[in-house]
Ligand binder design. Structure first.
Ligand code: FE2
Ligand code: FE2
Length: 345
């Protein structure tokens, strides 16, 4: 009989742990539950045991929840990470350098927390266990282009951020678009919330709080001297090209969804580039594997089902009635005819 997935909950307040154990109810029929009363205990467990899902408090005597999250993001298998805390991210005294798959404020209905865990678990299950899945689940954010980071820093400094400015930055930097989607989804208090596009994601964020959040955890910039910088930029250019093709004749009310799907459709390739070269060999041998990887990452980071479906099927002529999927397939196909470079699809 296969082993049950392992759920680890961490909170220095015994009553919260007891209530989590009691209230996660039906989920616990499918998962083994461990409760840890301190960050140190949780880190020891993560280093010696396989954990599939982590739910942690943030403010605890050191090591705090962020230390636990960082340790989890490097573990293998990489657990899905959830924060369950009384503190809003903008009120945290430390940097938010590791974005979770969901950040929920206490008290949250246990049913909602269970729903969040289950849907992330299903998204993780769409990729078979191994280094690629660990890379997707362990990923907290993608490096952004240095010019994006400069604009972002200037806007944070000048208190000039707005949803439109964030969306405009993401239109030039697909990795930033992915980060924005992830940030909006993980800050949303509704586990059922899904986003059709980056503008919608940006609009869901509370801008004054976002200032504080970003100040405490700006994404990292792409290292221009690294071996992947050239490929990374080509990939960005390709994604922007596909986005441009998709908005050329999309329904006016769906511009955000179409442009975002173009920007994000190859995010799995960025994820693969991010990995150690020897760990991604099987996926490179099968060039279409990145469609499934992109779709799994987008599901985990809160993209709407229409977007995920289109991205998953980007290399096959669509059979479903999803016009976005047909448009993405056609855009990739047209692009391939015109450009025969390595990032043609
Ligand atoms: Fe592709
Ligand atoms: Fe592509």
């Amino acid at each position: 009989m296969p082993e049950k997935p392992h759920l680890l909950c961490v909170d220095d307040e015994p009553l919260v742990l007891a209530s989590l154990r009691r209230s996660l109810g039906p989920l616990l029929a499918e998962m083994d539950f461990t409760g840890c009363g301190s960050g140190a205990e949780a880190i020891r467990l993560l280093e010696t045991n396989s954990v599939d899902v982590l739910v942690t408090d943030l403010r605890m005597p050191p090591p705090n929840g962020l230390d636990v999250l960082l340790c989890a993001s490097k573990a293998s298998p990489s657990p899905l990470r959830f924060i369950y805390s009384a503190y809003h991210p903008s009120a945290l005294p430390f940097e938010m350098v590791c974005l979770p798959h969901g950040y929920y404020l206490k008290p949250l209905s246990p049913l909602l927390l269970a729903q969040a865990i289950r849907s992330a678990f299903d998204a993780r299950g769409s990729i078979s266990p191994g280094p690629v899945r660990d890379a997707i689940v362990g990923l907290s954010s993608l490096p952004v282009l240095p010019e994006t980071l400069r604009s972002l820093e200037a806007d944070v400094r000048n208190q000039a951020l707005s949803a439109d400015r964030l969306a405009a930055m993401s239109h030039k930097d697909p990795a930033f678009a992915a980060n924005l989607l992830h940030l909006a989804f993980s800050m949303s208090q509704d586990p059922g919330r899904r986003f059709k596009g980056v503008l919608e994601s940006a609009r869901s964020l509370d801008i004054p709080e976002l200032h504080l959040t970003l100040k405490r955890g700006l994404p990292a910039a792409l290292d221009e001297s690294s071996g992947i910088a050239r490929e990374w930029r080509s990939l960005h250019a390709h994604a922007c090209q596909i986005a441009g093709r998709l908005i050329a004749d999309c329904p006016a009310e769906s511009t955000d969804e179409y442009i975002s799907t173009g920007l994000l459709h190859d995010v799995g390739r960025q994820c693969l580039l991010h990995m150690k070269p020897d760990a991604r060999v099987p996926e490179q041998a099968n060039p279409s594997a990145h469609a499934a990887i992109s779709a799994a990452l987008l599901r985990l980071w809160g993209a709407a089902p229409s977007v995920v479906e289109a991205v998953a099927g980007q290399h096959q002529s669509p059979v479903s009635g999803n016009p976005l999927a047909s448009a993405l397939y056609a855009a990739n196909h047209e692009n391939e005819k015109e450009h025969t470079h390595e990032f043609s699809t």
